[in-house]
Ligand binder design. Sequence first.
Ligand code: F6R
Length: 247
Amino acid sequence: PVTVFSDPQSASLNVAQRIAALIRKKQETNEQAVLGLATGATPVKVYAELVRMHREEGLSFKDVVTFNLDEYYPMQPNAAQSYVTFMNENLFNHIDIDRNNVHIPDGTLSLEAIPEFCLAYERKIGELGGLDIQILGIGRTGHIGFNEPGSAPNSGTRLVTLDDLTRRDAARDFGGKAFVPTKAITMGIGTIFKAREIILMAWNKKKASIIKKAVEGEISSDVPATYLQLSDNVEFILDQDAASQLT
Ligand code: F6R
C-alpha cells in the first residue's frame, strides 16, 4: 500500500510513532525490538522525533537492537561521511541504546574478511528472530540499501559496486565524486524481504519519477525497488511531491 502525507514532517512523525509503538509493545513482554535502519537525508526527521520521544516521553531504547542497511567500503567509522558517524549524530548519541546492540556493516575489513562478516551479519539477524521492521529510503537508481540495478531478489548481505549516479548524488557529502568510495557493504534484497514490516519513505520532487517506477513499473532488477511490489509487508510512505507522478 501507498500512503501519501502532505509533507515530510507529518510522514516522518507517523513512521516514528509506529517504531515507538513497536518498541513499547515488545517491552510489555520483555522482548527486544529488532530494527533495520537506513541513513541518508530521508529518515533524519524520523530519528529526530524518536530522540524527542526519548527525551520528553521516556521512550527507552535499552532493549532495542539495530541493524543498519549499509556502509561505504572502504570507510573508517570515525570519518565524517561514515554511516557510523551519521547514526551516532542523528540517533545513537541521543538515546539510551546499548552500543552492543548496534550493528553497522564494517567498512574497515580486509576484502578477504568480508564474506564471513556478511554471513555473520545475516546469522545475527536470524538469531534475534529477524527484523521486526525495516526502514528504507530509495536512491534515484531505484536502489534500496545499496542494492543497485542488477541485484538479485534473493541477494544477501555482500560487497557491491556503487552505481555512477549514486556516487554523483553522494559527491556533495564527500567534496567531489572522486572521493566517494566505489563500493559498499549492504544487506541484500533477500535480507530486506525477510523483515516482518518494510517501510519505504520518499520525499521531494526529485524522487517522483523513481517512485513511479518502483510502485507502478514492471518488476525487474533494472529497478531493484520494484521487487517490493512482491511483498505483502511493504508500505510506501510518501509526501505529495514524491507521489506526484503516480496514476
Ligand atoms: C542509506 C541507503 C540508501 C538511501 C538512498 C536515499 O542507508 O540505504 O538506499 O536510503 O540512497 O538516500 P537519501 O535519503 O539521502 O535520498
